[in-house]
Design a protein around this ligand. Sequence first.
Ligand SMILES: [Zn+2]
Length: 218
Amino acid sequence: MTAGAGETVLLAAERQQVADYCRRMRADRLVVGTSGNLSARSGDLVAVSPSGLDYDELTAALVGVHRADSGAPVEAPRGPTTELPMHLAIYRHTGAGAIVHTHSTAATAVSTLVDELPPMHYLIAMFGGGVRVAGYATYGSDELAGQVSAALAGRTGCLLANHGAVTIGDTLGEAYRRAEYLEWLCEVWLRASARGAPRLLPPDEIDRVAAKLAGYGR
Ligand SMILES: [Zn+2]
């Protein structure tokens, strides 16, 4: 991104990260085509991926900056992702600093089968426990924004029924890592449940692992 003399570029680092992770998201096969979207928050502003642009053409300058409260464009050369209402609702309801929304294959498949991804592996503790499936609503709708916000209560990720997945984090890097782990957990569950009823871990073990993971993080 370039700026003229004396010009400051709003959220320069966040916009670069959004552009970089959008390309990575497709390379890592967490989305196909232009689907999925990302955002990173800084104070009252949010850097959010634009709507319908090929990720190969996405530069930091094309990542829009919007107000976190209203979504009003502050510096946005293109229209924002149609899921902007969902991103804004998640920021309102959680302490998230960044959001990753994918249509990754295993997560999307699981979202059509169950109401919650159960604790069949200890790493689900990184999401705060069983990962809920937010009720279906049309993409881009305020209803979907509400369903996803509710499913994220006390969690760092959720699935969107018949749609995909959302993960949150303090940073885009953290939210992205969680998207990768959530996809892996869903893949494990699909393979295991295809052969029978997976053995589950008890809630107190998930709590114990969550405490260990928190210590490891520090
Ligand atoms: Zn979507």
